[in-house]
Design a protein around this ligand. Structure first.
Ligand code: SAM
Length: 280
């Protein structure tokens, strides 16, 4: 299908198709990935190829994962002849095996994407799960466009309104930094929200903090279960006794009335260990 054909396809809002047309933003996103001449890049949701076109000129190898079969077909015929280093995969990114792609590439992957907003959190959690599922980390860094409110949550500091489970889960897998924000008019059709690009440098902290990658995230989920409750009450609801919790909070030097939203990842790790040793 020729290039024009992908632009003739009507955008599907159910697939989060808001196409980026701000060229300066596209340059900034690709620049934030660092030097790409010897790297394998995976793009999530290439759509009509706004970012893909520039990546294709810079990356040694580009794998673009697009769920929409019509867009995937249009992209495939666009790059097939002159740019064999571009591989279009028609697949749901939530079932894409990043670890296998890194093994095939022989190096950790660089990830980029103007994400489909309806599945932002599942995509972030899928990337996080890929980072801990295999050693060494199959992912190096990601530069992702998300709804501004999500980026605010991912990069929030303890004790602020946006700080929560998503913040701590992302911090467990690396460091997230906000880069820049775009208005709705940077996209076609414009979404109803502002969008922020953030960089996530993967460096899982499970080993350094002595945490079990399977058990700790579900314990964290319980700690954040109800925002209006104290941490102690949330942990009681998860099955710990009042005395176990009080002793563990003391041992980790955390106030008895603390809320989950006030604790850094390191404090959570200390509490988790204190609780485990008290519960024994
Ligand atoms: N990268 C393009 C751009 O910046 O203009 C398109 C970005 S658009 C916000 C999101 C893209 O993700 C769309 O092309 C959409 O079809 C695709 N998409 C939606 N759900 C997906 C999924 N589950 N897996 C892979 N791609 C998906």
């Amino acid at each position: 299908m020729p290039l024009k054909a992908s632009h003739a396809l009507p955008p599907k809002s159910r697939l989060g198709q808001n196409f980026l047309h701000d060229h300066a933003a596209i340059e900034r996103i690709v620049a934030a990935l660092g030097p790409l001449q010897s790297r394998t890049v995976v793009e999530i949701g290439p759509g009509r190829g706004a970012i893909t076109d520039l990546l294709a000129t810079r990356a040694a190898h580009l794998v673009a994962v697009e769920f929409d079969p019509a867009l995937a077909a249009a992209l495939r015929s666009r790059y097939a002849v002159q740019q064999p280093q571009v591989e279009i995969v028609q697949q749901d990114v939530l079932s894409f095996d990043f670890a296998a792609a890194a093994r095939a590439a022989g190096q950790p992957l660089v990830i980029v994407g103007n994400l489909p907003y309806y599945i932002t959190s599942p995509i972030l959690l899928h990337l996080a799960a890929s980072v801990v599922a295999s050693e060494p980390s199959p992912l190096d860094a990601a530069v992702l466009m998300v709804q501004r409110e999500v980026a605010d949550r991912v990069t929030a500091q303890p004790g602020t309104r946006d700080y929560g489970l998503l913040t701590v889960l992302c911090a467990l897998h690396g460091t997230a930094t906000s880069l820049f924000t775009l208005p709705p008019e940077a996209f076609s059709p414009p979404p109803e929200v502002h969008s922020t690009v953030f960089r996530w440098s993967f460096a899982p902290r499970f080993a350094a903090l002595g945490l079990d990658p399977a058990a700790f995230p579900s314990w964290l989920k319980a700690a954040f279960a109800q925002k209006r409750k104290t941490l102690a009450n949330n942990l009681r609801a998860a099955g710990f006794t009042a005395s176990q919790i009080a002793a563990a909070l003391d041992r980790a030097s955390i106030p008895q009335q603390a809320r989950a939203e006030e604790l850094s990842l390191d404090r959570f790790a200390a509490l988790h260990h204190a609780l485990a040793s008290n519960a024994r």
